[in-house]
Ligand binder design. Structure first.
Ligand SMILES: Cc1cc2nc3c(=O)[nH]c(=O)nc-3n(C[C@H](O)[C@H](O)[C@H](O)COP(=O)(O)OP(=O)(O)OC[C@H]3O[C@@H](n4cnc5c(N)ncnc54)[C@H](O)[C@@H]3O)c2cc1C
Length: 468
């Protein structure tokens, strides 16, 4: 054991952690849902050092678990219980290598915290749109490895659509420089797209070329009451037709969600006078001036009132008010956490079918698991819902957790019938690995296995994640 550690230590420069106190934070996810063991945790300083570590692992038959900010929700960054793996933490690869405003790109290392990437873009007078509640901790490498979504996908796309090129260490420990800032490049198989969303099972991302956008002059948000998700969808269609690219977010929030946020965040105020079963949070950006953005949003809401889709609305008149409206949406997960145990589904269905899906899934849950509270919210503009459950108030949630498998099956079967996905944003990791195998065709699973076998024949890259 000591000799192997010395051998690994000599193979690269950077930190090697072995003591239980030092390694503990890397052996569990941020919520403490998954827990594992590792032979060692390494924190290389450069892409060359990452390559050296992975080459050492390939030579010695040691599994590698890449880890970024460790904010993932599917257990992908946690090693298994055998203690055989090396956890490869990328957080010291945190340099912004370059920003090119003329090409509208930036080249960043995988361990850069997402918020730092946004700030570096802003310092260059540009906008990097990927945004999620974990942005103060998650890394751009983790964002790419999970193809993260977030609140601006409707306008700018998810992590995949924001990436032009990658630098990757292969499972054999070779360094592939694919850091091309090209919008057009049809020279064979798109290797970049293979590594994005692969959750570290095909290689280690060490750097990326990301797309930048013009910095908006103004972002204006409104909170609007709608009677049903079907009405919210009609309002979305109206918004897309009227606002085009100015529409940057369209989020659905149920009254149960709003109630939880107001209960657990007493500093936040109800946005509207009367409650409504459902709300939408709409955000418009304008490249020229705030007044134009506000006028466009007010015009949409008036059209929504006239079409009897909107019964009440509040438009933010300052950045602080916009942030307060966003806080009502962004704190839902945390507020739900304060209510005890949760059962969660991160699903997507084709956008026009979302209303039908919610109605059917809610009715089925109400019939079979009537006590649990349904906590439904999400990125309506992307067809992505967080379709969650909490136990009845005052209940410790043990009964609901005991029913988790049956609840998952019920919801995922309906998702499947609606031609949807059982993991829209959070990847498969270990959490949804078996579920994915259940709903994907044997052909699709066979192709995935063939890709894994071709790139990682030793099966050492993040074993047991995505594929069993
Ligand atoms: C409060 C909260 C809100 C969230 N909201 C969203 C949201 O709106 N949308 C969304 O999509 N996700 C969301 N997430 C999930 C999570 O933040 C994202 O999945 C994020 O992209 C993970 O980044 P990370 O650096 O923390 O990756 P980690 O958790 O460290 O790793 C995630 C996966 O990527 C792999 N990986 C990490 N880095 C690399 C690398 N450099 N090369 C290869 N593989 C790598 C790991 O092995 C693992 O499989 C949220 C999480 C929290 C805690």
């Amino acid at each position: 054991m000591e000799a192997r550690l010395d051998d690994l230590r000599a193979a690269f420069s950077g930190r090697l952690l072995t003591g239980p106190d030092e390694t503990a934070p890397f052996l569990t996810d941020w919520r403490g849902v998954w827990r594992g063991e590792a032979f060692a945790v390494v924190q290389p300083d450069t892409a060359q050092d990452v390559a050296a570590v992975v080459a050492w692992c390939a030579r010695t038959g040691t599994p590698v678990v890449p880890q970024g900010g460790n904010t993932g929700l599917s257990g992908g960054a946690t090693p298994d219980a055998t203690g055989r793996a090396v956890v490869l933490s990328l957080t010291r690869l945190d340099r912004v290598r370059s920003v090119d405003p003329l090409n509208n790109t930036m080249t960043v290392e995988a361990g850069c915290i997402l918020q730092r990437v946004q700030e570096a873009a802003a310092e260059a007078g540009r906008f990097f749109p990927l945004s999620l509640a974990a942005e103060g901790s998650c890394t751009i490498g983790g964002n790419l490895a999970t193809n993260a979504g977030g609140t601006a996908v409707l306008r700018y796309g998810n992590a995949r659509e924001l990436c032009l090129g990658l630098e990757v260490v292969t499972p054999q420990g070779e360094l592939w420089d694919g850091l091309r800032g090209l919008r057009k490049d049809n020279t064979g198989y798109d290797l970049r797209d293979l590594f994005i969303g692969a959750e570290g099972t095909l290689g280690v991302i060490t750097a990326a070329v990301m797309k930048l956008h013009p910095a908006p002059a103004a972002r204006v948000a409104a909170f609007a009451a709608v009677a049903t998700p079907a009405d919210a969808l009609k309002l979305l269609a109206l918004a897309q037709a009227r606002l085009g690219a100015a529409l940057t977010a369209f989020e659905l929030v149920s009254d149960t969600c709003l109630g939880l946020v107001l209960k657990h965040f007493p500093g936040l105020r109800p946005p509207l006078e009367a409650p409504s079963p459902w709300y939408v949070l709409v955000e418009v950006t304008d490249l020229i001036e705030e007044a134009r953005g506000a006028a466009a949003l007010e015009g949409l809401l008036e059209a929504g009132f006239e079409a009897e889709l909107v019964s009440d609305a509040a438009v933010a008149s300052s950045i602080a008010q916009s942030q307060a409206l966003w806080a009502l949406r962004e704190n839902i997960s945390e507020a739900q956490g304060h209510e005890g145990k949760t059962v969660k589904h991160d699903i997507s269905v084709p956008i026009p079918r979302i209303g039908g899906f919610i109605a059917e899934a809610e009715a089925a849950l109400a019939a079979q698991f009537p006590d649990n509270r349904r906590v439904v919210f999400g990125h309506l503009g992307d067809g992505n819902l967080h379709f969650n459950l909490s136990p009845p108030e005052g209940d410790d949630g043990q009964r609901m957790v005991g029913q988790q498998e049956a609840i998952n099956r019920l919801v995922h079967d309906i998702v499947d019938r609606y031609d949807g996905s059982i993991s829209a944003e959070h990847g498969l990791g270990v959490l949804r690995r078996e579920e994915a195998a259940r709903y994907k065709s044997p052909v699709e699973i066979g192709l995935m296995r063939a890709v894994k076998q071709a790139l990682d024949p030793q099966g050492l890259m993040n074993p047991g994640k995505v594929l069993s």
